[in-house]
Write a protein that binds this ligand. Structure first.
Ligand SMILES: Nc1ncnc2c1ncn2[C@@H]1O[C@H](COP(=O)(O)OP(=O)(O)O)[C@@H](O)[C@H]1O
Ligand SMILES: [Mg+2]
Length: 237
């Protein structure tokens, strides 16, 4: 029996105060796959992730996680199904220390190893910063902390929103390497990115969005050949 997709959207529409942000969006993230969601600012990428997380509600359409309908479930129940969202911006508690951020990540987790040990094993750079408040870390260190917190929740479906924003390429490379390892270990990944080539380089499939609509879908090589990514993102690399 073919395994069910980790995540599926079927005809999802979302509006903000009457203004359509997503229109009839359908998407599949197969189990164990990495899917890149690409598109210019305002295309609706973050709205899609927030809708999947249950933070905002779809007005139409269905969302499935491992075959179960979730679009009416509260966000905490969706999170408990293993859907973990690293939001746009820095997903850390800025006034707490790195150690406190790591400790708080695991309150919902069963069979915890030492969360501080686990987090610093993932990103050794955090080990030297444990007593520092997260808001005073560099952008790259904050994203490492955000990703460490997300991974300690043992996600089945991980959604990452523009984690590379404003970071040096070498740091982006480290974060992507960690994501790549997790996909190899079986996580399903939905990655929203501005670094189109970096995202397509690790993705099995890509979706291109424009103004709330999916305008192209395919394997990275097909997307590159059709050129719509560049057309919609104005050649951003
Ligand atoms: N909280 C909000 N209230 C009203 N409109 C919003 C809100 N968030 C996003 N939008 C609008 O929805 C559209 C999609 O935004 P967004 O999902 O943030 O796009 P992206 O992440 O692709 O840049 C944009 O037109 C944006 O202005
Ligand atoms: Mg966004």
């Amino acid at each position: 029996m073919p395994s069910e997709p980790a995540l599926e959207l079927d005809g999802v529409s979302v509006s903000y105060a009457g203004l359509r942000a997503l229109h009839n969006v359908s998407m599949v993230v197969p189990q164990g796959a990495a899917v890149a969601l690409l598109g210019a600012n305002g295309a609706g990428k973050s709205t899609m992730l927030r809708t999947i997380s249950g933070v905002i509600r779809a007005e139409r359409g269905r969302i499935y996680v491992h075959g179960q309908r979730i679009e009416h479930r509260p966000a905490y129940r969706i999170a408990r199904m293993g859907v973990v969202h690293v939001p746009e911006g820095r997903g850390v508690f800025p006034s707490l220390t790195v150690r406190e951020n790591l400790l708080m990540a695991t309150s919902a987790m069963s069979g915890a190893l030492d969360p501080v040990e686990e987090g610093t094993a993932l990103f050794p750079a955090l080990g030297n910063r444990l007593a520092q408040v997260a808001g005073s870390l560099s952008g790259g260190e904050q994203q490492m902390l955000a990703l460490a917190r997300a991974l300690m929740a043992k996600p089945k479906v991980l959604m990452v929103d523009e984690i590379s924003m404003g970071l040096a390429p070498i740091i982006v490379g480290q974060l992507f390497e960690t994501l790549r390892e997790r996909v190899a270990a079986g996580i399903s990944l939905l990655i929203v990115e501005q670094y189109v080539e970096a995202a397509l380089g690790m993705a099995d499939y890509g979706y291109v969005m424009d103004k709330g609509v999916i305008v192209d879908v395919g394997e990275p090589a097909d997307l590159r050949r059709r050129g719509l990514v560049t057309a919609y993102l104005g050649g951003a690399a």
